[in-house]
Structures are given as C-alpha cells and as structure tokens.
Design a protein around this ligand. Structure first.
Ligand SMILES: [Zn+2]
Length: 174
C-alpha cells in the first residue's frame, strides 16, 4: 500500500483517539518500510515485506505498550501505526508474513488490493471519513476534545481570543 494511504489511515485514527499522538502514529505507520532501509544501510539484505512486516511483532509491540510499559502512549501509538501498516499491506495481493516461523503470506479479506491502484485509495478515503464521523459524534455527544476542529467558541469563552476573532472564525473548522 502507498504511504499516503498508510499515513491517512493511522493519522486519522490517532486524531480521533489522541490528536497529540498523530505524528507518532504516522511515524509508526511508515516504520515497516523505513526500517527496511535502515537495515539495508546497516548492510543487511532485506527482502521487501519480510522481517519488518511481521504481524505478530507489531501486535506484540502494541500489547506491550498497552499492558506492560509505555511513555505517554508513545509506544502504543507507534506500534498501532506499524500494525495498521502491516494489516493494510495484508489487504493487498502480496500479503504479509504472520511471523518468523512461517513463509506463508497472510491476507485480510482475500488480499484483493493491488498496491497503487484505486482500491486502496477508496479504502483509505472511507476510513478517514469514518474517523471524521466518529470525531463529529464524540464532539456533539459531550466529548471534550475535538480532533478535527478548533473549538473557537471554547477559546472565546476562555478569553483566548476576542469577539471579532471568534466571529471571523466560528465557521472555520479546518
Ligand atoms: Zn509495507
């Protein structure tokens, strides 16, 4: 899957969960690929979508972050980003390995997508829309954070901006 789609998916999921973690999640969502370059720089030959694309290691990282140790959710966000990457790659024909014990490729939903074709863009676009919808709902149903919006009315109440600024910006949400 293309980076732009990996980034869109992990970024919008993080935006709904914890907006401040978007950069970490985005970093994680591209990690399985840039880690391959890193290993190559260290002189190791890595085939694409092998060691850095094990579903099991990213799932383990996520579980570790959630259950054992983390620092401001950074590990969790990074591992969740990486897991989203390998799961999205599992939607493509090439698939990903589950772990070091197996050469078999793991596919989700039959692995129909071909990297770079429209399917993955539709998928990523749909995912972003769902996140956007969730963000709207949590905002209207009493959520105190608003990942996709700047809450101008709230800033106004807190005296951060003056009335003119609020008037100018109250319909500008993005
Ligand atoms: Zn990849």
């Amino acid at each position: 899957m293309k980076w732009v789609n990996h980034v869109a998916i992990a970024g919008s999921a993080a935006a709904v969960w914890r907006p401040e973690l978007v950069p970490v999640a985005v970093l994680g969502s591209t990690a399985p690929d840039w880690m391959e370059w890193g290993l190559q720089l260290l002189g190791r030959r890595v085939k694409h979508r092998t060691v850095t694309h094990y579903v099991s290691s990213w799932a383990f990282g996520l579980a570790f972050g959630l259950l054992v140790w983390d620092w401001h959710y950074a590990l969790t966000a990074f591992a969740a980003g990486g897991l989203s990457h390998v799961l999205c790659d599992a939607l493509t024909v090439q698939g990903v390995p589950l772990g070091w014990w197996s050469d078999r490729r793991f596919h989700l939903f039959g692995g129909r997508f071909r990297t770079g074709q429209m399917g993955e863009y539709w998928f990523a676009g749909g995912f972003v829309l769902v996140c956007f919808g969730v963000a709207m709902l949590t905002r209207h149903w009493g959520g105190e954070y608003s990942p996709f919006f700047f809450d101008w009315a709230e800033y106004y109440k807190e005296g951060l901006i003056d009335a003119a600024e609020w008037k100018a910006n109250r319909f500008r949400w993005l």
